[in-house]
Design a protein around this ligand. Structure first.
Ligand code: IPE
Ligand code: IPE
Ligand code: MG
Length: 243
């Protein structure tokens, strides 16, 4: 008796993660200071949030400032911090109205009080929204996240044998979201740069040469089409729709 192969389950894209890279080069190509690339990058992000909402994506997690980005020249770092305040002022009302829930993942201890207030305001205002969850990785590092999860688990009194993959993941900054299904990195580099090290274990990846400010709906759809053609096996022999 011949057995027909089981149909491949359709892939569901619940959680998209993006490394928004290439802002500086985008500006340099236009003989502009790097800051202008970051500024254009914020506008691109706001457009992409709309595109993700329209495509039914539940979680969008974006890498905005890494633990290592403090190594940049002081004026670029302070420009980026200032840009957050400007972006929150400019776009928070729109995002809140669109049902977006904003969550900041990253180390808030070492940023200025002004920035803390801006992040708190964004989270407070959108706390009860049930549309897309936008997690902004700011002053975030995957290693920081894992170390902090261990510290929190120990502080909560977990005994060594109680530390499991499942229990530890409850102390990660991404506790509110499933692991990303798809990671897009723009800007041409093929590396993780200390983004969601734990959470990306089985994430599909798309690397694009497009510089982040140029990224648009067509580029998003191309990445989604690539994702849709993948077979996710999670270590099994046959494709599995999601884990
Ligand atoms: C990514 O763009 C944004 C941040 C890291 C804040 P870059 O600033 O890294 O842009 P390139 O990679 O230098 O072009
Ligand atoms: C990764 O980009 C961080 C963000 C996009 C926020 P980087 O430009 O900092 O990464 P590297 O230094 O090229 O690896
Ligand atoms: Mg870069």
């Amino acid at each position: 008796m011949s057995t027909s192969p089981k149909p491949t389950p359709p892939l569901v894209l619940r959680h998209l993660a993006i490394v928004m890279d290439g802002n500086g080069r985008w500006a340099q190509k236009r003989h502009l200071p790097r800051f202008f690339g970051h500024k254009a990058g914020v506008d691109t992000l706001v457009k992409l949030i709309d595109a993700c909402r329209a495509r039914g994506i539940e979680h969008l997690t974006v890498y905005a400032f890494s633990s290592e980005n403090w190594r940049r020249p002081e004026d670029e770092v302070s420009g980026l911090m200032g840009l957050v305040i400007v972006a929150v002022t400019k776009y928070l009302t729109k995002l809140a109205r669109d049902g977006v829930r904003i969550v900041i993942i990253g180390d808030r201890e070492t940023v200025s009080d002004r920035l803390k207030r801006a992040w708190n305001e964004a989270e407070e205002l959108t706390r009860n929204n049930v549309g897309l969850t936008l997690s902004v990785a700011f002053n975030y590092g995957g290693r920081w996240d894992i170390v902090r999860a261990c510290q929190r688990a120990v502080a909560a009194g977990l005994r060594p044998e109680q530390i499991t993959e499942e229990s530890l993941s409850r102390y990660l900054a991404t506790v509110h979201a499933p692991d990303p299904d798809l990671l897009i990195r723009t800007g041409g580099e093929m590396r993780i740069s200390n983004f969601l090290l734990w959470q990306l274990a089985y994430t599909e990846m798309v690397f694009s040469d497009c510089l982040w400010p140029d990224f648009n709906e067509a580029a998003l759809d191309a990445a989604i089409a690539s994702f849709a053609g993948r077979e996710r096996r999670f270590g099994d022999v046959a494709p599995v729709s999601a884990r």
